[in-house]
Ligand binder design. Structure first.
Ligand SMILES: C=C1C[C@]23C[C@H]1CC[C@H]2[C@@]12CCC[C@@](C)(C(=O)O1)[C@H]2[C@@H]3C(=O)O
Ligand SMILES: O=C(O)CCC(=O)C(=O)O
Ligand SMILES: [Fe+2]
Length: 356
């Protein structure tokens, strides 16, 4: 990511006073600090309830799996973005070996002893390194989760974890971020096409900074949990940037909120990657594309590992609903940096601050 986008996060000055994840290997019972009730997960918005309204997987329709080589991929992606804000992709050309290698590195990282991981703890005003999710301060209870955030080179923190054997980890993360960036760009074009932006428009498009987007990589770990029905892996949220590309191992946990229906699981599909719409794409699409509200629940017996790649324009870019879209603009123009600042203060209420 451009230095300026990581600075955009640094400058917002959210100081996490409890930045240290639980030492999951050392606990046999769910500690009180991690017991969630129906009132704890709503943040500032009551759409998400901990255990209520979970939809049976077979009782609801679910977001499509789209073959990126199919001629109608843009049409299908557009439909999925309008209805769900998420779809899965196959034929994405990210080698399976690479995905598995990065997953194995993530596993190795999170299985390090707690004191070792703490050497790479994210600084209190920092963005990268080991720690709890950034959204943690908005919720009264702790999450059954630990994360590791990378922007560009992972060297600084990897050296602290493995003083002599950091190179392999860094190489794998570099390679994966490059592949993710190329894929995110390809998906951005597909999505823009679905919004009516054709290749001829690209040059004219005032928002050509979109094509200078870059990313951050987040490794997530959700250990098996002694009492999963009372815990939350990752509290309900929307992702902030344009789009997110997620790999999940074979352990269930991701759920999306479908208005009027409830929490719908997004099951791991071998070889497929999950693509979801973030707040900035919701703004760009003039609210026609859904910014997916989602959460993760932990599992009793198996350990969930995921890698999420967040893709967004440089911090100083100005974003507004695409002028081509019908209807009056629903949001005012805003810089990426300003939006991140509002989001870090107001979480899910952020969009309401820029509604026209
Ligand atoms: C580039 C990003 C995107 C971030 C912030 C920054 C680094 C880490 C990302 C996450 C990862 C976990 C969920 C989330 C909601 C969080 O708490 O940190 C994400 C957030 C966002 O999409 O806002
Ligand atoms: O780990 C997952 O399944 C989802 C992760 C996520 O939502 C995030 O990192 O923003
Ligand atoms: Fe997310």
């Amino acid at each position: 990511m451009t230095t300026s986008l990581s600075n955009a996060y640094k400058d917002t000055n959210i100081h996490l006073n409890n930045i240290i994840p639980l030492d999951f290997g050392s606990v046999l019972q769910l500690p009180e600090s991690h017991v969630w009730t129906d009132d704890d997960d709503s943040g500032q918005d009551r759409r998400g309830r901990v255990r209520t309204c979970l939809v049976r997987a077979d009782a609801a329709a679910s977001p499509p799996v789209i073959d990126l080589r199919a001629p109608d991929s843009a049409g299908l992606a557009g439909e999925a973005c309008r209805r769900w804000g998420v779809f899965q992709v196959t034929n994405h050309e990210v080698p399976r070996d690479l995905v598995e290698d990065v997953e194995a590195h993530a596993r190795r990282l999170f299985q390090l002893p707690a004191d070792r991981k703490l050497r790479a703890l994210r600084a209190s005003n920092g963005v990268t390194g080991y720690g709890v999710a950034r959204i943690s301060p908005f919720f009264p209870k702790s999450m059954w989760h630990e994360g590791f955030t990378i922007m560009g080179s992972a060297m600084e923190h990897a050296k602290l974890l493995w003083p002599h054997h950091y190179q392999e980890f860094c190489d794998a993360m570099d390679k994966y971020q490059k592949k993710m960036k190329a894929l995110a760009y390809k998906i951005l074009l597909v999505i823009l096409k679905a919004l009516g932006v054709d290749e001829e428009d690209h040059d004219k498009l005032a928002s050509s900074f979109l094509y200078q987007s870059d990313g951050a990589l987040q490794l997530n770990s959700y250990p098996s949990c002694p009492n999963p029905s009372r815990a939350i892996g990752l509290a309900p949220h929307t992702d902030s940037l344009l789009l997110t590309i997620l790999h999940q191992n074979d352990t269930d946990g991701l759920q999306i909120m479908q208005e009027g229906v409830g929490w719908v699981p997004i099951r791991p599909t071998p070889g497929a990657l999950v693509v979801n719409i973030g707040d900035l794409m919701h703004i760009l699409s003039n609210a026609t594309f859904h910014n997916m509200y989602h959460r993760v629940v932990p599992n009793k017996t198996s350990h969930r590992f995921t890698m999420a790649y967040f893709y967004g324009p440089p911090a100083d870019s100005v974003l507004a609903p695409l002028p081509k879209l019908p209807g009056p603009p629903r949001f005012r123009a805003i810089t990426v940096k300003e939006y991140i600042g509002i989001k870090n203060k107001h979480l899910e209420k952020a969009l309401s601050f820029i509604q026209t």
